[in-house]
Design a protein around this ligand. Structure first.
Ligand code: SF4
Length: 321
């Protein structure tokens, strides 16, 4: 996949937003339909045109800003599907535009297969959700958008809810999980992403800095509830910061250029090959205080899958670590 930014502007103002700060929102002229088409066709001809994940060629992440705000979003979507009929298209959207039921229906219809939509939720009530989105009405619109996806998605199209693990999110996490279980347990996947302190998020660094172990503990205190979802994943977490019983849910997802390794990772960690590594922004802003080599084997079975490296953990023994 490359990450394919469709539109630089956004209709929410998340405190953790990792978009670039300097003038990025004002670069709409670089995202006209014709410009996106040129970029896409160059990519099809084998030219390198995307910064992130350019080497992975079987799917696209449509990003922004907010991609659905593109004035010709459906036309762009149709173009991608026509030019890449078998590639997975994953739309990363805050879901507000999908509150328009006709738009949600057309999006699902044009996207065809394979297609996934990933929508972030920040809280189980308007106040909790909007403490992060900072956009009144966004909870209600995103909720309606998700309901419309349930109604209009085609067989095989997948819906994912993303929870960005920030210090702000931690306060609202238990209520959010209860809310998702009550209304959205039908989604195909719930993903917990550890924050990336880049771009706009760096401005709010003092409010956001959080350790991976604190984030993982907050997820772990909801361990029994997670069984109520079809699929639960943790992205951007180093294994040493995560309780062992959650390891089978940890995925390796970061681009190499975003990752670094500490001395202990290189010299004395048994699980370096299975670990995503240390996000550079985590080291830069939080100091990565909880990264420590794992010297003794854990009660886990390895999968051999580079993306989801741990197949299972012995529940009884791993619950204590
Ligand atoms: S010490 Fe390094 S390689 Fe080992 S689990 Fe932690 S981050 Fe991963």
């Amino acid at each position: 996949m490359p990450d394919f930014p469709i539109w630089p502007q956004c209709n929410i103002g998340c405190v953790f937003c990792s978009n670039p700060v300097d003038g990025y929102r004002e670069t709409t002229d670089k995202y006209s339909y014709d410009e996106l088409r040129r970029k896409l066709l160059d990519y099809k001809r084998g030219l390198r045109t995307f910064v992130k994940f350019d080497e992975v060629r079987d799917y696209f992440n449509l990003t922004g800003g907010e991609p659905t705000l593109h004035p010709e979003f459906l036309k762009v979507l149709a173009l991608i599907r026509t030019e890449f009929p078998s590639n997975l298209i994953r739309l990363l959207t805050n879901g507000r535009m999908l509150a328009d039921e006709g738009f949600a229906r057309r999006t699902c219809g044009i996207a065809g297969l394979p297609f996934e939509i990933a929508v972030p939720m920040f809280g189980g009530t308007p106040a909790a959700h909007e403490a992060t989105s900072r956009s009144p009405g966004s909870f209600e619109q995103t909720t309606r958008g998700l309901r419309h996806l349930r109604r209009h998605r085609r067989d095989g199209q997948k819906v994912e809810i993303r929870i960005i693990m920030t210090r702000v999110q931690e306060k609202f996490l238990d209520g959010l999980i209860d809310h998702l279980l009550a209304e959205f347990s039908w989604v195909d996947r719930v993903v917990f992403l550890f924050e990336e302190l880049e771009g706009f998020a760096e401005k709010y660094r003092d409010r956001l800095v959080f350790t991976q172990s604190e984030a993982a503990r907050a997820i772990d205190r909801n361990f029994d509830k997670l069984a109520g979802f079809k699929d639960v994943r943790l992205y951007h977490f180093a294994l040493c910061a995560v309780p062992t019983r959650l390891w089978p849910r940890v995925w390796r997802t970061l681009a190499d250029f975003k990752v670094t390794w500490l001395d202990g990772c290189r010299t004395s960690c048994l699980y370096r090959a299975q670990c995503v590594g240390v996000h550079r922004s985590y080291l830069r802003h939080a100091g990565a205080p909880d990264i420590a080599p794992i010297a003794a084997p854990r009660p886990v079975e390895l999968s051999g899958d580079p993306y989801r490296p741990i197949l299972s953990a012995d529940a009884e023994t791993s619950a204590r670590r």
